[in-house]
Design a protein. Structure first.
Length: 208
């Protein structure tokens, strides 16, 4: 260390100031953990590469962040808040069903959404052998032609919100995820990203 051979076990090292080598080579440094909140635009996929040549969310991020991956997914026609990280434990804790991380969505639906439909969503419906259930469902605006509904989910089943409305013969025209845990999309514009603060990261993990 700093030109001297260290023989004492338990010697403390300050990586910011001390120069450390093992057999004449610098040790492998732990990769910096990255935690990003992105407003995924519509018509972007969450894969690193797309066989159909569609745009990916990774094209919106710095190229040097090639090791990060999305925490869960949003489908091609959906937009909103999505996290990306290179911290596998963080990603697992936010996506595994046993932790039940809450997520809020706003769906703009073609047609009239009636109160009994929302009650069915919170009681649970079956689709393709899977139970789909919303923790809460509120009508924000509605007419016979169009309805706007806010849903809160505790799981992330494939196309869950769209499948709920399809079970009622209704089509979702726009779907936006507005919140994950206590982190809100806020004023983040489509295609823009920001890093999560240490306080936000702790909040997401401490809620689990």
């Amino acid at each position: 260390m700093n030109g001297d051979v260290v023989r004492l076990l338990g010697t403390k090292v300050d990586p910011a100031h001390d120069r450390v080598q093992v057999d004449g080579k610098p040790p492998v440094r732990e990769k910096r953990k990255i935690y990003v909140a992105l407003h995924k635009p519509v018509k972007y996929v969450c894969s690193h590469k797309d066989e159909l040549g569609r745009q990916t969310i990774y094209e919106l991020l710095p190229k040097e962040w090639g090791t990060i991956s999305s925490v869960g997914r949003l489908d091609y026609h959906s937009e909103g808040l999505i996290f990306l990280t290179n911290d596998g434990q963080f990603a697992l804790r936010l996506t595994h069903p046993r932790y039940g991380v809450r997520k809020k969505y706003i769906a703009t639906v073609e047609g009239e959404v009636r109160p009994e439909m929302l009650r069915q969503f919170t009681q649970g419906i079956y689709d393709g052998g899977e139970k789909l259930k919303a923790l809460s469902a509120h009508l924000l605006a509605g007419s016979r032609a169009k309805s706007v509904v806010e849903l809160e989910l505790g799981e992330g089943k494939n196309r869950e919100v769209r499948r709920m409305f399809e079970s009622q013969n209704l089509t979702v025209k726009k779907l936006q995820r507005t919140q994950i845990g206590k982190i809100k999309l806020g004023e983040l514009k489509p295609g823009k990203w920001r890093t999560l603060s240490e306080a936000e990261i702790k909040t997401l993990i401490s809620d689990l």
